[in-house]
Design a binder for this molecule. Structure first.
Ligand code: UT7
Length: 322
């Protein structure tokens, strides 16, 4: 039997600058209000990276914290996957910079682009590589500086996002032990234009800014997340009653609460950070997982269900035994 990818530790990093809804509106002269943002999204504040603070710097800090929690030296890591839409540069991969920053010298490192689903995609790819023996010890990192790709004149998008990083350390261990049970990844490129960055190195030569048809994305989120969660449970012979924790992508509290109700989970079994972090895209799930694991909510033996949807469209789910 192939090994199972065990989650050894998770850790996050949030930049120091905390910006409330009112402060954001004042900074950018936005025609919005704390009441609108909080009611429609659940967001109350977000963290923004300092000038010069990069995706690799934040991701490396989250990775170092995860390694320290697990007591694993960086040299043991032989796979680094970074999910990001805001890499330091087109190349080298942000993952290569983090590979060096943690003191890894073996194995391989690459970035993966699946927008807000990036962490679930990266977890799925890492799980496959650990199962086949291509790697033994993996860091899966989501790290984002969306503050650099927002249009500050578009109140319908710029109030939604924040910066941060989260890292999960995985090791190939016993096939019967805890770890990733399954991952379920999907894409529909026909919906590419409803959530997109309107530029890039290979098209405009610039970075572009986030453009979103919010209502359309919301509609897809509700149906596609419900379907992928059912798919993940069915693949493992579970029902909603088996789920200990829902750790969802943090885009909108209304979507998160809707998924909790679908799974018949009481609100205290759904991990929520969107109020404090806003949408940190690929970093949101590892940040939420790290928080709930660190404060003792998530315990050994718990069944954790993770799900996300984002640009692509991409969406997916993962189930792990802790
Ligand atoms: O992370 C990737 C996945 N992303 C998501 O899952 C996001 C999914 N979408 C959403 O979360 C929601 O669609 C939003 C939070 C983005 C928007 O909420 P909504 O309830 O769908 O609002 P809306 O776009 O339908 O806009 C309602 C009204 C509009 O005014 P009119 O046309 O009704 O007069 C907007 O112009 O709210 C207005 N509006 C704002 N008002 C104050 C839009 N943004 C703002 C704002 N402040 N920041």
């Amino acid at each position: 039997m192939p090994p199972r990818a065990r989650l050894l530790a998770a850790a996050g990093y949030l930049p120091a600058d905390v910006v409330t809804n009112d402060e954001l509106a004042a900074r950018h002269g936005l025609d919005t209000s704390d009441a609108w943002i909080a009611e429609r999204t659940g967001i109350r504040q977000r963290h923004f990276a300092a000038p010069g603070e990069t995706a690799s710097a934040m991701g490396a800090e989250a990775a170092r914290r995860a390694l320290a929690l697990a007591g694993v030296p960086g040299e043991e890591v032989d796979l680094v996957i970074v999910a990001t839409s805001t890499p330091d540069s087109a190349f080298p991969a942000t993952a290569a910079r983090i590979h060096a920053a943690i003191g890894a010298t073996r194995g391989f490192a690459f970035d993966l682009a699946a927008a807000c689903t990036g962490f679930i995609y990266a977890l799925g790819v890492a799980d496959s590589l650990l199962r086949t023996g291509a790697a033994r010890c993996a860091l899966v990192i989501g790290t984002e500086v969306y503050s650099r790709i927002l249009d500050w004149t578009d109140r319908s998008t710029c109030v939604l996002f924040g910066d941060g990083a989260g890292a999960v350390l995985l090791r190939a261990e016993s096939p019967d032990g805890p770890g990733i049970l399954s991952t379920h990844l999907h894409a529909d490129g026909r919906q590419a234009d409803i959530l997109t960055v309107d530029g890039g190195a290979g098209s405009t030569g610039g970075t572009g800014v986030v453009r979103m048809q919010g209502r359309e994305v919301f509609r897809h989120a509700v149906t596609k997340l419900a379907a992928v969660v059912d798919e993940a449970l069915a693949a493992n012979g579970f029902t909603h009653a088996d789920v200990s924790w829902l750790v969802p992508h943090q885009a909108n509290l209304r979507i998160i609460e809707g998924m909790g109700r679908k799974l018949h989970l009481p609100p205290e079994r759904v991990v929520v950070t969107v109020d404090r972090h806003a949408n940190t895209s690929a970093a949101s799930i590892p940040l939420a997982l790290a928080e709930a694991w660190a404060d003792g909510r998530i315990r050994p033996g718990d069944l954790v269900l993770m799900e996300a949807i984002g640009g692509g469209l991409t969406w997916g789910a993962a189930i792990a035994r802790m």
